[in-house]
Design a binder for this molecule. Structure first.
Ligand SMILES: *Cc1c(COP(=O)(O)O)cnc(C)c1O
Length: 403
C-alpha cells in the first residue's frame, strides 16, 4: 500500500443491477430475482408485534423485530399515544415549517438534545428520512462523504443524494480511514469532509471503534456523523448509546438515531449544535417537504424517552443484556448474525426455524454483500430464557447439519 493512493472500496453491493429487455413490464426482473433466491414478498403478522407473535395461525417466538426493550407493545406508550390524540388530534396537517410544529414536537426535540448531551436536535418522520434529508443538507458537490463499507442503505442514499464525492473505507478499518482522509485532505484541502458510520452495525451487530474514529477524524479536520439506530435505548448509560457509554458525545458532530427500534414507535432524530440544526431546518428536504409526524406520536415518543431513561428502562436493559449473554456470551449488541453464505440455504434455515416456532429472518443481498446471506437474530428484554435456549438448540442443530 505504501506510496500508492489507497483505493477506496465500493458500496456497490447495495445496488442491484437487474436489467430487463422488456421496458414495459417487470416480469423478467421478478423472474431473475426468483431464480437467484433473492425474491422478497410481504407476509403479515396476525397479532401485535411482541416477543410472541401469530403468523398463519401459528404462535411463533419473535426474533425478527428491533423491539429490544419490548416497548412497541408497552401499555404506557399506548396510553401516551392515546392521550396525545385526545390533546392534539390525529394528524399534524402541515409540514413543520408551515403550521405543523406543535408543542410535543418542540418538547421532544429539547428532551432528545438534553438526553444526547447536544445543544439541539431535529426530529424526522423516520430514521431513513433523517439520513436522506440531513446528509444532503450538510454536504454538496465540493465536499466528501466517507462511509464505512457496511453502512445502512439510508446513509448510502443520503450520501448519494448529496452529490458529494463518496469514498468508502473497509468495515471498521481505522488505519485505512486515516490514509483515505490524508489523501482527501491533500487533494481537497478546503472541502467539508464527513465520516459516516454506525455505533452498532445493523446486519452484523458489531460496534465501531468509536474513540479511534473520533481521533482520526479530528486529526484531519473532518466531521463525524454517527448513526446510533440500534444503540439508542439499548446501550450505554440510560440507553443513550455508544458515544454516551464512552463519554464521547461532545466529540460526535452529528448523533443520529431512530425512534423506531428500541423506542418502540417510529421516527428519527439528529442531535447536533444549534447552528447545524438551523441549517437542517432550512435545507433538509425530507424535513421541509413532508408533513410533520403526528403530534400524538411525538407525545408518545416523549413517554418512550422518559421510560428508556427511567429505573424501569435500566431494569429492561439489564434483562436485555442478560438475554444477550445467555444466547451469545460476549456479544456486544442485541443483533446476532449467523452467516450461512448461500441464499437458498439461509431461506431453508429460516423456514425450518419457523416450522419449529421461531421467527428468524433470512437476510440476503442487497441488504448484505453477496455470499454472506445470514440469519439475523434480534434479542429483546421481553424474551423468556426458555425461548432463547430453545432457539440456541435449533441453531446448533442447523450448524451440525451443515458440517
Ligand atoms: C433502521 C435503520 C435506519 C432507519 O430507521 P427507520 O426509523 O426504521 O427509518 C437507519 N439507520 C440504521 C443503521 C438502521 O438500522
Amino acid at each position: 500500500m505504501s506510496g500508492t493512493t489507497p483505493k477506496s472500496c465500493s458500496v456497490g453491493h447495495l445496488s442491484a443491477p437487474v436489467r430487463s429487455s422488456d421496458p414495459t413490464g417487470p416480469r423478467e426482473e421478478l423472474a431473475a430475482l426468483e431464480s437467484a433466491g433473492l425474491l422478497r414478498s410481504l407476509r403479515s403478522l396476525d397479532s401485535p408485534a411482541g416477543p410472541k407473535v401469530i403468523r398463519d395461525g401459528r404462535e411463533l417466538w419473535n426474533f425478527a423485530s428491533n423491539d429490544y426493550l419490548g416497548l412497541a407493545s408497552h401499555p404506557a406508550l399506548a396510553e401516551a399515544f392515546i392521550e396525545g390524540i385526545h390533546r392534539y388530534g390525529a394528524g399534524s396537517a402541515a409540514s413543520r415549517l408551515v403550521s405543523g410544529t406543535l408543542p410535543p414536537h418542540r418538547e421532544l426535540e429539547e428532551s432528545l438534545a438534553a438526553a444526547k448531551g447536544a445543544e439541539a436536535s431535529l426530529v424526522f418522520s423516520s430514521g431513513f428520512a433523517t439520513a436522506t434529508g440531513s446528509l444532503p443538507a450538510l454536504v454538496g458537490k465540493d465536499d466528501v462523504v466517507v462511509l464505512d463499507k457496511l453502512c445502512h442503505a439510508s446513509l448510502i442514499d443520503g450520501a448519494r443524494l448529496s452529490g458529494a464525492v463518496i469514498r468508502v473505507f473497509p468495515h471498521n478499518d481505522v488505519p485505512k480511514l486515516d490514509r483515505l482522509l490524508e489523501v482527501i485532505r491533500k487533494k481537497q484541502a478546503g472541502a467539508r469532509v464527513i465520516v459516516v458510520t454506525e455505533s452498532v452495525f445493523s446486519m452484523d451487530g458489531d460496534l465501531c471503534p468509536l474513540r479511534e474514529i473520533i481521533e482520526t477524524k479530528d486529526k484531519h479536520g473532518a466531521l463525524l456523523f454517527l448513526d446510533e439506530a440500534h444503540a439508542f435505548g439499548a446501550i450505554g448509560p440510560s440507553g443513550m448509546g455508544l458515544a454516551a457509554q464512552l463519554g464521547l458525545q461532545d466529540r460526535v458532530d452529528f448523533q443520529m438515531g431512530t425512534l423506531s427500534k428500541a423506542a418502540g414507535l417510529s421516527g428519527g432524530y439528529l442531535a447536533c449544535s444549534a447552528e447545524w440544526r438551523d441549517l437542517l431546518v432550512n435545507r433538509a428536504r425530507s424535513f421541509i417537504y413532508s408533513t410533520a409526524p403526528p403530534p400524538a406520536l411525538a407525545h408518545a415518543a416523549m413517554a418512550s424517552l422518559a421510560l428508556i431513561r427511567s429505573a424501569t428502562g435500566d431494569a429492561l436493559r439489564e434483562s436485555l443484556h442478560a438475554n444477550i449473554a445467555a444466547f451469545a456470551p460476549g456479544h456486544p449488541s442485541p443483533i446476532v448474525p449467523i452467516i450461512l453464505g448461500e441464499n437458498q440455504r439461509t431461506l431453508d434455515a429460516s423456514k425450518a426455524l419457523e416450522e419449529r416456532s421461531y421467527l428468524v429472518p433470512a437476510i440476503r443481498f442487497p441488504t448484505v454483500p453477496r455470499g454472506t446471506a445470514r440469519l439475523r437474530i434480534s434479542i429483546s428484554a421481553a424474551h423468556p430464557l426458555e425461548a432463547l435456549a430453545g432457539l440456541k438448540n435449533e441453531i446448533a442443530a442447523i450448524s451440525r447439519d451443515r458440517s
